[in-house]
Design a binder for this molecule. Structure first.
Ligand code: DNO
Length: 397
């Protein structure tokens, strides 16, 4: 598979010459400076492409060309936003970039509650605690209906049985400090979101207020209507994808659970079947994020890879470990639920993959990195995956 790396542009402290040294072939990036909802100008795409190429690398994948909320909830200006999206796709194709990752998660992109969860060996990982997330929802966001939603919440078979999340939330409330609350807001809304070109920015002054406004846009939007809106969007952009030979690849919901009273529609094998069948064009495909999918106890990641490989255009290699209480963390790239060795046997050898959510280790803390995108942790994971791929290639000779 093509070895790619998510790089955040010229200001990224992890530079292209560093990536050359560790075997990276292709770059996964976006025009992070273009405000959400505006056309990506062809000149700016060309400029970044040439910069990448000047280091002997290629711009392989766009992650992400963001889909604005109005397209997701079906607002009055969605057609206008879809036209803008189409123009950005045309501009990307004109510069030879034809694999585009996006997501269809309402309001919040990926979510974690702890970004530096300590491991026994001294490194740290990202972590998702249901109790802390529910605390954020009930006590910080104070969302209408949050308490009832969490009272009804059921873990999938095999994990979290008998767990009383609400009791844990109330216990947390008794020991909570303003510093800890601040940290939780920072983790859920700022540090995980600020760099993904989504709704929130590092310098947002009232992120919780902004969060509530976004949530209010989704009143009355259920799973069926979100699906309709996704189908509408995909049908509208497919003619451009056909004309320009662009592969769209939706990123699964991370974590693959319904949160904040919002529908999430790319969580399970059934969801993916639905979205691939709803718009059966091969340009409507998937980012197979093994990490996101493996955080759902109901997902058999290897079986899903076998089923969806023909429509997969981009792969995220990482793996999650789910604890008996249902919480999850990122596992080693050679461990966890996702069985990355098996996945590497399934996907076409020409597909681009990137490692994802490396550990924080050996001084990564001091280097400056975006949450989940450490240098040494990802480099370690990349080396593990390169070893796996080399061993598989050797076996097949
Ligand atoms: C998080 C990422 C996501 C992903 C988007 C794709 O680490 O995997 O932010 O890039 O959801 O649109």
């Amino acid at each position: 598979m093509e070895k790619t790396w998510r790089w955040f542009g010229r200001t990224d402290k992890i530079t292209l010459p560093m990536l050359r040294q560790i075997g990276v072939e292709g770059i996964v990036t976006a025009l992070h400076d273009v405000p959400l909802g505006e056309v990506w100008p062809r000149e700016a795409i060309r400029d970044l492409r040439e910069f990448i190429e000047s280091y002997g690398l290629r711009w392989s994948v766009v992650e992400s060309l963001p889909v604005t909320e109005t397209i997701k909830y079906g607002g009055p200006d969605r057609d206008q936003q879809i036209e803008i999206y189409k123009q950005s796709l045309r501009n990307l194709a004109a510069e030879g970039i034809r694999t585009v990752c996006y997501n269809f998660m309402p309001v919040l992109d990926w979510a974690r509650t702890d970004l530096l969860h300590p491991n026994d060996d001294g490194s740290s990982n990202l972590y998702f605690s249901y109790a802390e997330f529910a605390y954020f929802d009930i006590y910080i966001l104070k969302r209408d209906g949050a308490r009832q939603d969490w009272a009804r919440f059921r873990f999938p078979a095999g994990v979290g049985q008998g767990r009383d999340v609400l009791a844990e939330v109330d216990a947390l409330a008794r020991e909570m400090t303003p510093q800890r609350e601040h940290k939780l807001v920072e983790n859920i809304v700022i540090k995980t979101q600020g760099f993904v070109s989504g709704n929130f920015r590092e310098d947002d002054e009232a992120p919780i207020e902004k969060f509530r406004q976004f949530l209010s846009l989704y009143q009355g939007i259920d799973k069926a209507s979100l699906r309709e809106n996704m189908k509408y969007f995909l049908q509208a952009i497919m003619p451009v994808c056909d004309e320009c030979d662009i592969n769209m690849c939706v990123h699964p919901d991370d974590p693959p659970i319904e949160i904040l009273g919002l529908p999430r529609i790319v969580r399970t094998a059934d969801d993916i079947r639905w979205l691939l069948d709803a718009v059966p064009n091969p340009h409507n495909g998937l980012t197979f994020c093994a990490g996101s999918l493996s955080a759902g106890a109901y997902n058999d990641v290897v079986a899903m890879a076998r089923e969806f490989a023909p429509r997969t255009h981009f792969v995220h290699l990482r793996s999650c470990h789910i604890f008996p209480n249902g919480d999850f963390t990122e596992a080693s790239h050679l461990g966890g639920r996702a069985d990355l060795v098996e996945l590497c046997k399934i996907f076409r050898p020409t597909l681009p993959f990137r490692v994802d959510h490396g550990r924080t280790m050996l001084g990564d803390e001091t280097r400056g990195y975006n949450a989940g995108y450490s240098f040494l942790g990802r480099m370690y994971a990349m080396a593990q995956m390169q070893g796996v791929l080399a061993a598989l290639a050797h076996e097949s000779h």
